[in-house]
Design a protein around this ligand. Structure first.
Ligand SMILES: [Zn+2]
Length: 265
């Protein structure tokens, strides 16, 4: 039987980059890895013998690691078969620093919820990598969460309209008060608030202007945008309400984000 050299092995399979979003135990020796890749979108693969194989997988299959993955594509809707992984970046500080870990978990959960399998979007991969790299570089975790949440909504087709009232259509202006209507996920000015049922979460004009700019900015220039703690708290609160409305389901890691927000006041 011919022996495959390592080079042939890499040539006869598919290769992609992927950021690990979650890992679960599958059997005594296997792991299921869910990752986001620019070529595959959200994808799940089985790593056979992952707990035993020192060479192929050990210390590589960890949450938030960026990998080069050698895999065999699935037949129909089964799992990708992961053959080998090379570590591109472990982003170790995300697992060793609690606020960064919470933020990365929140970002990973949003990615899982707002993406589908077989629907690759390189923009989402770039955004995810931008957020994870910025957390690793020490940028304020809650600020990254706020910007990532805003941008993934847009990338997934759920861009909230934040520059005008969703009822009367008037452009936002200083002196007016606004809230995000929790039932319909639209911005409502104080004048229109009585016209719709249900409560709303208040947001200042300053935060709205920041967010409207952040929705349109190039990813590279987003790094220069600095939000105040008040901007961040308002942003996370309204985007959480909007997301609840969209998903009809809570984000598990929101509780830890809320605790971080409270302790940062
Ligand atoms: Zn209005």
């Amino acid at each position: 039987m011919p022996v495959r050299t390592k080079r042939q092995n890499w040539m006869n399979n598919c290769c992609t980059r992927g950021l690990v979003l979650s890992i679960s135990e599958h059997s005594e020796s296997d792991k299921i890895v869910t990752f986001y890749s620019p070529d595959l979108g959200k994808a799940a693969g089985i790593a056979k013998g992952a707990k035993r194989s020192k060479k192929r997988f050990v210390n590589k299959l960890e949450e938030f690691s960026l990998l080069r993955i050698l895999y065999t594509p699935p037949k129909r809707d089964s799992l990708h078969f992961l053959r080998e992984a090379e570590l591109e970046n472990a982003f170790l500080s995300l697992r060793n620093t609690y606020p960064r870990y919470v933020a990365a978990t929140f970002i990973g959960e949003l990615t899982l919820r707002f993406t589908r399998e077989h629907d690759p979007d390189p923009t989402i991969f770039e955004l995810l990598l931008w957020a994870i790299q910025n957390l690793e570089n020490g940028r304020a975790p809650l600020e990254i969460c706020a910007l990532f949440h805003l941008r993934i909504l847009g990338a997934a087709g759920y861009q909230p309209v934040l520059d005008c009232c969703g009822v009367c259509g008037e452009t936002i202006r200083a002196g007016q008060r606004y809230g995000l209507h929790t039932g319909g996920g639209v911005l409502v000015c104080d004048t229109c608030r009585g016209a719709i049922h249900g409560g709303s979460t208040a947001i200042t004009v300053q935060t709205l202007k920041f967010l409207h700019h952040a929705q349109r900015a190039e990813l590279g220039t987003l790094e220069r945008l600095r939000l105040s703690p008040k901007n961040i708290a308002e942003t996370l609160a309204i985007l959480h309400k909007y997301t609840l409305h969209l998903l009809q389901h809570d984000i598990h890691s929101w509780q830890q984000i809320r605790t971080l927000l409270e302790s940062s006041r």
